[in-house]
Design a protein around this ligand. Structure first.
Ligand code: TXA
Ligand code: MG
Length: 297
């Protein structure tokens, strides 16, 4: 990496990577993204044998989650080993660790030979990028390189589970659903937004991306009539006329399309975006979480 910062695709969203042991490079990430310094980064590994360089103690539940879901869209929070710079973890004694499954990500991480800390490759406050063009839109001229892969397949950020306490806590919903986590670690709980435990995931307290437009959750699409300045994304076609309508084939397709659709609406000066409500099972849980955050003003 030679101290550079490189954007690369993963199966969730594009990341902006730096050598976890290079403080100067990590500082460049915070500068390029204009990211608040109290928001910790996730370390990405290309193989399981890199994990001991990041932590010296993985709990039984962490080991089970790693065995079940690595490589894939899951981040486990573990105790930080003393050699990991505090800058990477925003001063925390813990570090998020994830092993992406995307081919180009794996190839890149293996070439790097060290774990790579990477937040999503967007300007802070913008939606996570699901295409290399979205990375370029936000960060062109501010970073060293973009690996131009395909659009990401999942489209929402990884599931984050804190494995440092007595029992695991779900901090951020993602493609690995709560139901699937519970099959592996039955004592897992989900942190609620009022929970003091959420202070453990500083990223969750920062203001979340909401488009310039007002985001409205559409409970019942059959009673909706769009006007020309409205946009819509969901599974069923509403009545009314607008040229900003995205009908998705499945909840997975909806999740994969959401962030790019928000960017497109911003480019087109849309005033209101209706997002169809879906059932919160599988990826629907993470999808509704991101839509609710976008709808908060
Ligand atoms: O899918 C993903 O996770 C993508 C790709 C690039 O891997 N990365 C990503 O990173 O979304 P970022 O930085 O945008 O979001 C990381 C989230 C934040 O909410 C942060 O607070 C939380 O994970 N996090 C990171 N390290 C943590 C730690 N040690 N303890 C608690 N939460 C942590
Ligand atoms: Mg992010």
């Amino acid at each position: 990496m030679r101290g550079g910062i490189v954007a690369f695709p993963t199966e969730t969203v594009y990341g902006l990577g730096a050598d976890v042991f290079n403080e100067r490079a990590i500082r460049k990430i915070f500068d390029a993204k204009k990211r608040p310094a109290d928001n910790p980064l996730i370390a990405h590994v290309g193989s399981l044998d890199q994990i001991p360089s990041l932590t010296n103690r993985a709990s039984k539940s962490a080991e089970r989650l790693i065995a079940a879901f690595f490589p894939g869209p899951l981040t486990v929070v573990l105790p930080r080993s003393a050699t990991v710079p505090l800058l990477a973890t925003a001063g925390l004694d813990t570090i998020g660790v994830r092993m992406p499954s995307n081919d180009l990500a794996q190839q890149f991480l293996r070439e790097c030979k060290v774990p790579i800390v990477a937040p999503s490759a967007n300007l802070s406050g913008r939606p996570s990028p699901t295409t290399w063009m979205a990375v370029s839109e936000d960060l062109d001229g501010r970073i060293d390189c973009i690996l131009q892969g395909d659009p990401t397949t999942i489209g929402l950020e990884s599931t984050v589970v804190d494995c440092t306490g007595e029992s695991p806590v779900l901090l951020r919903r993602g493609a690995v659903s709560f139901e699937r986590l519970r099959e592996i670690v039955s004592d897992i709980s989900e942190a609620s937004s009022e929970d003091p435990d959420l202070a453990k995931s500083p990223g969750m307290k920062h203001r979340h991306y909401s488009p310039m437009a007002v985001v409205v959750i559409a409970d019942d699409v059959t009673s909706l009539v769009l006007s020309t300045s409205d946009a819509f994304i969901g599974l069923q076609r509403p009545a009314g006329d607008s040229d900003q309508i995205r009908i998705c084939d499945s909840v997975e397709d909806y999740a994969a399309s959401l962030f790019e659709f928000f960017r497109q609406c911003d480019r087109n000066g849309i005033a209101r975006i209706y997002c169809e409500k879906v059932s919160e099972t599988g990826i629907g849980g993470a999808l509704m979480d991101r839509i609710r955050r976008a709808a908060e003003k």
